[in-house]
Design a protein around this ligand. Structure first.
Ligand code: E4P
Length: 217
């Protein structure tokens, strides 16, 4: 399973990259705003900085909600850097735009997926990545992981090549469960990746090894 980090914070991206397990980055307008990155030019420059930090795919989201606007913004984003993936919302014009970019060989990420039907539509439009929002479903007492299972079944039934990009991942158990269910990619905050390191038996075991080494030397 690929690990993407879901942030626009350059320090967090660099830390995940330094761990050697990072495969890409996802962002959204809220994450950009959280870092104080505002204005079209600053946002575009920030995407370039992110692309310079990592080797994998970097999702950059369009702001337009009409077909023509999405095509214009998506083309501008795609021209920025070969690593850019055009992120499109799951609305009718987003599906149409996804088909347009797929036909042109430009990578896409269809975002804000909350149902199997939406996931099916995105796959039929040729999306490179389809992003079910796990955490936000959990937030409204709906099992987000069930959507990952449904998507895996549907995509495997028909050999859809779209990658399931489990998004809105909030914690390490989300990551582990996504891996068990066959999600192709997960995207979450730095803590959802570094949290996988933690086990008290690792810490106490290492402390004992070092203590015993010192006794004999
Ligand atoms: C997906 O690409 C989104 O950026 C993201 O995962 C949303 O996560 P949140 O629900 O924690 O805001």
């Amino acid at each position: 399973m690929k690990f993407f980090i879901d942030t626009a914070n350059l320090n967090d991206i660099a830390e995940a990259e330094a761990l050697g397990v990072l495969d890409g980055v996802t962002t959204n307008p809220s994450l950009m705003a959280k870092e104080g990155i505002t204005g079209a030019e600053n946002i575009l420059n920030h995407y370039k900085k992110i692309c310079d930090l990592v080797e994998g795919d970097v999702s950059a989201e369009v702001i337009a909600t009409d077909y023509d606007g999405m095509i214009k913004q998506g083309e501008e984003l795609a021209a920025l850097h070969p690593q850019i993936v055009v992120k499109l919302p799951m609305i009718a014009d987003g599906v149409k735009a996804c088909k347009y970019f797929s036909d042109k060989g430009i990578k896409t990420n269809v975002t804000l997926i909350f149902s199997a039907g939406q996931a099916l539509l995105a796959a039929k439009a040729g999306a490179t990545y389809v992003s079910p929002f796990l955490g936000r479903l959990d937030d409204i007492s709906t099992d987000g992981l069930n959507l990952i299972s449904e998507m895996r079944l549907i995509y495997d039934n028909y050999g859809f090549t779209s990658k399931i990009l489990a998004a809105s991942v909030r914690n390490t158990m989300h990551v582990i469960n996504c891996a068990k269910l066959g999600s192709d990619v997960m995207t979450g905050p730095l803590s959802s990746i570094t949290g996988l390191l933690n086990h008290p038996l690792t810490d106490s075991g290492l402390a004992k090894f070092l203590e015993d080494y010192k006794k004999g030397n």
